[in-house]
Design a protein around this ligand. Structure first.
Ligand SMILES: Cc1ncc(COP(=O)(O)O)c(C=O)c1O
Length: 420
């Protein structure tokens, strides 16, 4: 870990210069991308890596010729980049089309070992991609138990989780952070509770990925999935699995897949051009870290430095947003809004304004150049639990480290005007 004294602040103009799409305008105004939770913008180097792969190395894998060999090498490089990103070894990294598909693949493989009497623990805070793949195992007689939330701040009820995890539990599936209300869960504690009961842990880190460092060894989790398009990369999913589990479980696969890991988990032809973009995306994050702390000795250290800089910068955005949102009449914030607890949330805000549907708000903001989201964003358990599903869900404003204080001030002014 790098020392805090060595840390320098995030260089926002360097950051914004990396992302060509941030200069777009909408109806004559600067476009403000507040839709990061649905997918972030990408730096130029990701676009270049995808284009260059298609120009110079486009081929299938395993062929006895140059562009195929370059493709094999490129995939190995991307795997090593993702291993540095997650804090694990390359053979524990599985690529797939997206997190949902990978989670279904994993649930089907784990499901082959489960039956009546076995239980799976899920939560009301999670995206449906960490719910439906596990609920599908009910057809095998598996029982699903749901952990509730504290409605007042949309945090996970850890006492309820501790009650629901028993000797019957085979796997606990929990999100690292909520894509709707921004809550960061204490996943390390979840791992402890689950492992004490002899259960596995699957973590959905899709929403956490752009905001916080992932360290699977430190967490001790068995599986963790994320999506590179949520952290400045191409539309792809990545699964980490502990080596012993990836070897032990029996995924459904074609005969031509070997039994070696990770190959037995990756079926058919992958999206090579996007995999080329993944290395560039990890390198962008590492360069951000090197920029913040030139003393970072290797790529993992640079990634750690990047997230320290991102965390400090996003904290200031979070404070500004919470302060401003609280001044807008008739606006309700769902999730943690106590300024002393901002470390327990991401800068992702679910709000409602009395007298306006979330769709109306998102449309009016969209016309003014602010790209936000409305609805449930597949966090369906939560919108149902909070009784907002039938009235349009929430307006979601999602900040990442390429957003600025000026963008926040402009958004707050627009919201105030729309709410009046
Ligand atoms: C928290 C969370 N989990 C899972 C997903 C699904 O990811 P993917 O689109 O890669 O399947 C999303 C997508 O929005 C998400 O926000």
């Amino acid at each position: 870990m790098l020392k805090t004294e060595e840390q320098t602040a995030l260089d926002i103009s360097w950051v914004r210069d990396q992302f060509p799409s941030l200069t777009q305008t909408e109806n004559g105004r600067p476009a403000v991308f507040l839709d990061g939770p649905g997918g972030t913008q990408v730096p130029q180097r990701v676009i270049d890596a995808i284009t260059n792969y298609l120009k110079q190395s486009n081929a299938n894998t395993g062929g006895a010729y140059a562009s195929s060999r370059r493709t094999d090498a490129m995939i190995a490089e991307a795997r090593s980049a993702m291993a540095d990103f997650m804090g694990c070894d390359s053979d524990e990294i599985v690529f797939g089309p997206n997190m949902t598909t990978l989670t279904f693949a994993l649930s089907r493989a784990i499901g082959r070992t489960l039956g009546p009497g076995n239980e799976i623990v899920l939560t009301h805070l999670d995206h449906d991609a960490n719910v439906s793949p596990w609920r599908a195992l009910e057809e095998r007689g598996v029982t699903i138990r749901f952990v509730d939330i504290d409605e007042s701040d949309c945090t996970l009820d850890m006492a309820d989780l501790a009650r629901k995890v028993t000797g019957h539990t085979r796997i606990v599936c929990v999100g690292y952070a909520s894509n709707a209300v921004g809550t960061i869960n204490n996943v390390k504690q979840v791992v402890r509770i689950a492992h004490d009961a002899g259960a596995l842990v699957f973590i959905d880190a899709v929403h956490y990925g752009p905001h916080g460092l992932i360290d699977v060894r430190d967490l001790g989790c068995d599986f963790l999935a994320c999506s590179t398009y949520k952290f400045f990369g191409p539309h792809m999913g990545v699964l980490y699995g502990k080596r012993e589990h990836l070897k032990r479980l029996q995924p459904y696969k074609v005969r031509a897949n070997t039994d070696a890991i990770p190959n037995r988990w990756e079926w058919g032809t992958l999206n090579h051009e996007c995999i080329a973009g993944i290395t560039a995306c990890v390198e962008y994050i590492a360069d951000l870290g090197r920029h913040a702390n030139p003393a970072a000795v290797d790529r993992r250290a640079a990634i750690i430095a990047a997230y320290e800089a991102i965390h400090a910068y996003e904290h200031s955005l979070l404070e500004r947003m919470i302060r401003g949102l609280k001044q807008i009449p008739h606006l309700a914030i769902y999730g943690i809004s106590d300024p002393n607890r901002l470390d327990q949330r991401c800068p992702t805000f679910a709000v409602r304004i009395e007298g306006h549907t979330p769709l109306e708000l998102a449309t009016k903001l969209g016309d003014r150049g602010f790209f936000t989201w409305d609805g449930n964003y597949y966090a369906l358990n939560l919108t149902e639990r909070l009784n907002v599903e039938s009235t349009g869900g929430f307006l979601r404003i999602g900040l990442v480290h390429y957003n600025t204080a000026e963008e926040i001030d402009a958004l707050l002014a627009a919201l105030k005007e729309i709410a009046a």
